[in-house]
Ligand binder design. Structure first.
Ligand SMILES: Nc1ncnc2c1ncn2[C@@H]1O[C@H](COP(=O)(O)OP(=O)(O)O)[C@@H](O)[C@H]1O
Ligand SMILES: [Mg+2]
Length: 324
């Protein structure tokens, strides 16, 4: 592929703001998203993700700034933009008393597609998503099936750019994985995907690049690996204590260990938990345990040794957890 082709931008956002009175929902966001990328915007509830999507899809008018979708301004070229995008909103939007096929065909016909073509395409899409040929009303579908139906409705017009707002929120683990499989398949098509999520595993496993958003501002961006490298360590040891004094003892000892990068205290299942981020692997883990847990620690509940995650990146930058 030509380098210049790869560098073509699907979206360019310039100092975009949306204020609702004193609430700065989106507060000066700038970024560039390349064609063909799966770009995630990861942030906690209330960070401004949905407000950002609604501006980019021309539903909401910005307070200030502008954004270009395939080179067209969201302020002045709304009609052009709407033809090129697909949107799967956070709140599932389907017609309850239509079948899956009918839902998708309806959207297709609204886009001006001849009925015969629409019917054929709808069937194909629903087959890909595992919900073809069902004769029950969409309102009887499970959450995961409704989500996949909504995705099919967003894709029927062959958009260049697809916006997914929290596509797996509220789904059980199995339905969530099915939605992820569908998104992975979409990546193989020639489509740019902007994914809004508060789920760090989702962002980590699906994205080419991630921007982390908090309180209406982008606080970091890069590939998942870059972010973890830049703001984190190699590994994390999580230890839950019964007594705060034990946690304090360990924390004091850890301070002097050069390969221990940082410590943070969080509540996990109601227990005081110390997260110790450190460089290196197993050898350093053993040293950490030998040097950090020297004195009489009364009891330790739960120890977990794991790789650094995007959750740690968020914690390192903001001092808070994504789910707080
Ligand atoms: N229409 C609105 N009127 C007033 N405040 C709003 C409106 N929409 C969103 N907000 C506020 O803007 C902030 C960002 O919300 P939202 O974009 O929905 O965040 P996210 O999608 O990341 O959870 C929140 O504080 C929310 O309460
Ligand atoms: Mg939202």
């Amino acid at each position: 592929m030509l380098e210049t082709q790869f560098n073509e931008l699907a979206i360019e956002i310039k100092e975009l703001k949306k204020h609702f009175k004193e609430v700065k929902a989106v507060d000066g966001v700038s970024m560039k998203i390349k064609k063909g990328e799966l770009f995630s915007i990861l942030g906690p509830n209330g960070a401004g993700k949905t407000t950002l999507v609604r501006m980019l899809t021309t539903v909401l008018t910005p307070t200030a700034g502008d954004a270009y979708i395939n080179g067209q301004s969201i302020l002045t070229e709304k009609n052009e933009i709407v033809k090129q995008i697909g949107v799967c909103p956070q709140a599932i939007t389907i017609y309850d008393v239509l079948h899956a096929e009918e839902n998708v065909e309806f959207v297709a016909v609204m886009h001006g597609m001849p009925y015969k073509v629409a019917k054929e395409k709808a069937r194909k899409l629903l087959e890909d998503f595992g919900i073809a040929g069902r004769k029950d009303w969409a309102k009887r579908f499970s959450g995961g099936m409704k989500r996949r139906l909504n995705l099919a409705m967003a894709l029927i017009s062959d958009p260049d750019i697809l916006f997914l707002d929290e596509p797996s929120a509220g789904l059980d683990p199995q339905a969530r994985r099915l939605v992820w499989d569908v998104i992975r398949d979409l990546k193989k098509r020639d489509i740019t995907i902007i994914l809004m999520t508060h789920d760090m595993v989702e962002a980590d496993s699906l994205s080419d690049r991630v921007a982390i958003i908090d309180q209406g501002k982008i606080i970091a961006q890069g590939t998942p690996a870059e972010l973890k490298e830049r703001y984190g360590s190699d590994n994390v040891l999580e230890v839950s204590f019964v007594e705060q004094k034990d946690l304090d003892i360990v924390k004091t000892h850890i301070k002097d260990i050069p390969f221990a990068v940082s410590t943070s205290e969080v509540q996990k299942k109601g227990r005081k938990t110390l997260l110790i981020a450190f460089q290196g692997g197993l050898k350093n883990l053993v040293k950490l345990l030998q040097q950090g847990f020297v004195e009489n620690i009364d009891e330790v509940k739960n120890m977990k040794f794991r790789q650094n995650s995007l959750e740690d990146v968020f914690l390192n930058i903001t001092g808070r957890r994504l789910r707080d």
